[in-house]
Design a protein around this ligand. Structure first.
Ligand code: ZN
Length: 346
């Protein structure tokens, strides 16, 4: 099959478009004709081999976690799915057999895998995944929209809706509003929880776009002190919930601008992963800090439903044909985008 593969770590130049051997379909797998695959920052880390993503190359590797397409084949023991079904892949595969998976707390599955991590991902014509990893998508959801959902909406849903239980009368901070998680979190907070959203970003243009997708207030963190602005906008109270995918820089800027009872959820540390914690404030101010990595299948099912009726929307900055994956990586590294970059496969 045609794919964009890599045989060593490095810059965008290690991505090559060509033929690779397609993996076998196991008895409980489905074979998907890929139609769209969204890029994630994890793809850049894995390409470079940084942040604990070293790959043991014993052949070509194909990246790509967020994949949509049509089912074109399946193993003998697959039930409940049909050839031709339009599906979205949950990038995080879990065993569905261990005590955690059986209890529904799939995030603790010790056998969990990510699509495009060890097995081949979606920068290809075809993708083989366990049948338990696919969700049918409604006709109202196109493939590019669908592929732009999982990796940014699942942690957003997990942090804001399921874990923090964000309420309509509360205020949430969404940093880096132009990133994939930022664009997802603004919508989940506004359109699902009905909360007030303070977003932060770095340029006039990005500020306007953040307002367009639902932020109530946007702070340009280059021009203004984010912590002080939060205090101003909340009458000194601070924010009730933070969805932090930034790490060190954000914690340093806002840890004194958290409301009593604030919940601080972390799903990424792009600016650094060390922080000084004021333990006293944790108990006197009833603060909760927690981390999430993606979410549960049930989260994705709900995200697909709300995307299908238009309450949530994947914000797509640009699409590229599969063979231009290298260009897409270069653009993502240049940080000059608002929303997702998505590869399409004809
Ligand atoms: Zn499991």
């Amino acid at each position: 099959m045609k794919a964009v593969y890599m045989e060593r770590h490095g810059g965008p130049e290690v991505l090559t478009y060509g033929e690779v051997q397609e993996p076998q379909v196991g008895p409980s797998d489905v074979r998907i004709r890929v139609r769209a695959c969204a890029l994630n920052r994890l793809d850049l880390y894995m390409r470079a081999g940084i942040r604990g993503t070293t790959i043991n190359f014993d052949g070509p590797h194909v990246l790509g976690a967020d994949v949509s397409g049509e089912i074109v084949g399946m193993g003998d023991s697959v039930i409940g799915l049909e050839i031709g079904m339009r599906v979205l892949v949950n990038p995080r595969g879990t065993c569905m057999q261990c005590s955690h998976c059986l209890a529904g707390t799939t995030e603790f599955c010790s056998r969990a895998t990510m699509v495009g991590s060890k097995a081949f991902g979606g920068y290809a014509e075809y993708l083989i995944v366990p049948s338990t990893s696919v969700h049918q998508i409604p006709d109202t959801l196109d493939f590019v929209q669908a592929a732009s959902l999982p990796t940014v909406f699942m942690p957003s849903w997990n942090i804001l809706v399921r874990t923090a239980q964000l309420k309509s009368w509360e205020t949430v901070l969404v940093p880096s509003a132009s990133s994939g998680v930022g664009t997802a979190a603004i919508q989940v907070a506004r359109n699902i929880s009905g909360a007030t959203v303070i977003a932060s970003t770095s340029t006039e243009e990005k500020m306007k776009k953040a307002l367009d997708i639902g932020a109530n207030y946007v702070v340009n963190y280059r021009d203004e002190n984010l912590g002080d602005r939060i205090k101003d906008l909340t009458n000194g109270k601070g924010v009730d919930v933070v969805i932090d995918h930034v790490g060190t820089d954000l914690w340093n800027a806002v840890n004194r601008s958290l409301a009593l009872g604030a919940r601080y959820g972390i799903c990424g540390v792009t600016s650094g992963y060390r922080a000084e914690l004021q333990m006293g404030a944790m108990f006197t101010r009833y603060l909760t800090m927690f981390g999430v990595f993606m979410g549960r299948p049930e989260d994705l099912r709900q995200i697909i439903h709300y995307a299908g009726i238009g309450s949530l929307q994947g914000i797509v900055h640009a699409t590229y044909p599969l063979e231009d994956a290298r260009k897409a990586h270069e653009d993502m590294e240049a940080l000059n985008f608002f929303g997702k970059l998505v590869l399409t496969v004809e």
